[in-house]
Design a protein around this ligand. Structure first.
Ligand SMILES: [Zn+2]
Length: 405
């Protein structure tokens, strides 16, 4: 069986705060004298009975975690570790999403808040070989004029190189705000060539997807997983070439579906939709990028050729340069061409610190230290069976260890 951590892929749906390691969150909370809800540091904070899951529990925990990131050093660390963790999972391209608003008060404004993220994204790209682009995301809970200000800020840093802004998003509770009121912000971003990548069709159904399609003209939809509830809307998604950033573990943790088997991954793919798997908020869902591919394999019966197609879809839907996409796609071909027996051998190698094929994740100087991750795993129960204890998780880049930040 081929090692999914060695499959080159692009990671298109990951939030800045939600990417944090549990051990890092614990450390930051202690440093800043913040008392966190205990459940945040324990295993699987959202693994609760189906009727207790849902957005509000998630939002409360997310806000608590966000409050622990105070200042430049913390922000740089979050980015560096997110990229190192992506590198260990075969991601060759990460498009991380951030709303700089919450961090602005600690660093002197929105512009420095974004520039810190961009600068660290560039450094982490060089250190790990994962090319990192940034999505600036506005929040549905704030005034649409705030979204316009963020769009203008995003435009000033637009580009397809490492540490540049590639897209503009809209996040937070889909039931809040009027989608149409955010259209001017998205128009500003689109005119400058940024990808329109709002959330939609997660908590709400196909009518919301259509609302987003009409007003925000997305190139990709954050989730969009419920598009298929109306075949006409799904047909429109396919016809307009809108990629769906599907996050199966997130959907289950937030109670959108009771189990991973109910996430309509296969029907969406079979309908012709471009599906790019993402982790969304591994801090809260305790499920990282490779875990999403594992769900596709173990729960939905995707074979290696189909998994390679998912990876290709993620790469084609990303905003990296054509050269980067071509390099990553060649890596996918190489992964699939590898004899599975060799790949099995490679899997045992990956536990000792070598990850990546096709010249993707292993490039750059990431000799590997198990320090922070060992702490992190200690914070999770042994044998929890989720991504925190997977072999792929043992090789973050040494260049990004907290001691150097
Ligand atoms: Zn999201």
């Amino acid at each position: 069986m081929r090692d999914l951590a060695r499959l080159p892929k692009a990671h298109l749906h990951l939030h800045f705060t939600g990417s944090m390691r549990v051990a890092t969150l614990a450390e930051l909370a202690e440093r800043h004298g913040i008392r966190l809800p205990r459940v945040l540091l324990e295993a699987d904070p959202l693994v609760v009975p189906a009727d207790e899951r849902g957005w509000f529990r998630f939002q409360r925990l997310y806000d608590a975690a966000r409050a622990c990131v105070r200042g430049e050093e913390d922000m740089r660390r979050v980015v560096a570790e997110a990229v190192a963790d992506d590198a260990a999972e075969g991601s060759g391209r990460l498009e991380i999403q951030v709303d700089p608003t919450s961090y602005a008060p600690f660093v002197g404004g929105l512009t420095p808040a974004l520039e810190i993220v961009l600068d660290e994204a560039r450094r982490a790209s060089l250190a790990t070989g994962v090319e990192v682009g940034v999505v600036v995301a506005a929040s549905r809970t704030r005034h649409p004029l705030d979204a316009r200000a963020l769009a203008r800020l995003a435009v000033r840093h637009a580009g397809d190189g490492p540490g540049e802004v590639i897209g503009f998003g809209l996040s937070n509770d889909e039931r809040r705000g009027e989608t149409a009121e955010f259209a001017p912000a998205f128009a500003i971003a689109r005119r400058a060539g940024l990808a329109s990548v709002p959330h939609g069709g997660e908590l709400l159904g196909p009518a919301h997807v259509e609302d987003v399609l009409d007003h925000l003209r997305p190139e990709r939809l954050g989730h969009g997983v419920r598009s298929g509830e109306d075949p006409r809307v799904l047909a429109r998604v396919v016809e307009e070439g809108v990629a769906l950033e599907l996050c199966p573990a997130s959907n289950v943790s937030l109670g959108v579906y009771a189990t991973a088997s109910e996430v309509p991954l296969r029907p969406l793919v079979e309908a012709g939709a471009t599906v790019a798997l993402g982790a969304d908020d591994p801090l809260l869902f305790r499920s990282r990028l490779v875990d999403q591919y594992r769900i596709a394999r173990d729960v939905h019966g995707f074979g290696d050729a189909e998994l390679a197609d998912l990876a290709r879809a993620s790469i084609r839907a990303c905003r990296a340069s054509a050269a980067t996409r071509a390099r990553l796609l060649a890596g996918v071909d190489a992964w699939l061409a590898d004899d599975p027996a060799d790949a099995d051998a490679g899997q045992s190698v990956s536990t000792s610190g070598t990850v990546g094929s096709g010249g993707v994740a292993g490039r750059g100087a990431t000799s590997g230290t198990a320090g922070p991750v060992a702490n992190e795993r200690a914070a999770s129960p042994a044998g929890s069976g989720n991504g925190w204890s997977s072999p792929a998780h043992q090789v973050p880049g040494a260049g990004s260890s907290p001691a150097t930040r």
